[in-house]
Write a protein that binds this ligand. Sequence first.
Ligand SMILES: Cc1ncc(COP(=O)(O)O)c(C=O)c1O
Length: 384
Amino acid sequence: MKVKAPRSGFSTRAIHDGQEPDPLTGAVSVPIYATSTYAQKELGKDIRYDYARGANPTRDRLEANLASLEGGTAARVFASGMAAINALCAMFKTGDHVVCGHNLYGGVPRLFDKVLSGYGFEFTYADTSDPANVERAIRKSTRMVYVETPTNPLMAITDISAVAKICKSKKIDLVVDNTFMSPFFQQPIALGADMVVHSTTKFLNGHSDGLGGVVVCTKNAQADQLAFVQKAAGAILSPFECWLVLRGTKTLAVRMLQHDSNGREVAEFLSAHKKVEKVFYPGLKDHPQHELAKRQMSGFGSMITFETGSHANAAKLLERVRVCTMGESLGGVETLISHPATMTHAALGEKGRAAIGITDGMVRISVGIEDVDDIIADLDQALA
Ligand SMILES: Cc1ncc(COP(=O)(O)O)c(C=O)c1O
């Protein structure tokens, strides 16, 4: 009998798990099964592939790949990161309660407060960078603790192990949005999380050419429920978009290493610049949770927020950049630069932003993998 070599390394799993050659043709790139339905041989037989909302082979491959990278047992992919987060709540009942970080991507509180609270779900926002705040916010009806770490855009860190311990003692699921770090730099499930969420739109895809979302599970019941939501609610990821993410994860490790290296250099440059008042980056020694970041993450990534002092200063900088592209989103190979107050976090409103410390002078940068000297020279001329 042929014994298969074990595949334990991250890059090996990224390139091979779920990405095995096609059994029909040997194609090394997973085929895009562009079909809405499947021919059935017998009437009344329970088959895996009957209609594409329920299952698609390209989707199955991506789900296997992402489950492997996050160390979960299964994954379910959705049409966007927001669709994945919505799916997490789709099985809740009126009166169910969620504790969530008070500084999340702005679309998440928009979904919670403006859509899901209309169904009678309740949400409490807490500063999860202190686990005691999570414990205090938990109620009898709490079904889920939802955290983003590092947070968007303030780069605050939540101690995943400490919050996981609290959740385990109360039998509540801890869900971590791992979009900013990717599984290459942070493994929330190994630290005790029950589920991991990503906007695959960002680093997992990595090329700014597709929207997507995933929930990675650790229990069969979660995976079964989410598969039911895929089939029942229908916000599944298309086979082509699945293929884009499968292609993206093949280079995730090398991209993340370059993102991280460029991110560190840009953060150092910004923190030494006289027109920059403050830099939020967990890799800097003055970040209040630098030690926790070093313990919990194996790199610091390329997401940086910095304070320019005013809306006018931020606008001037954003309009002057030439190598960096002004635009929403993050995690692509190209450097993207944005203004949280009017873009990603506009939905929070002025009061909501002020409450968590997002100012009009803040600029967020997703450092890409261009030559770092060119990125720095561009920021330097734009700040002049
Ligand atoms: C951290 C984080 N989570 C979730 C989302 C939502 O993902 P999507 O835009 O794919 O719906 C975003 C979007 O920017 C994000 O930054």
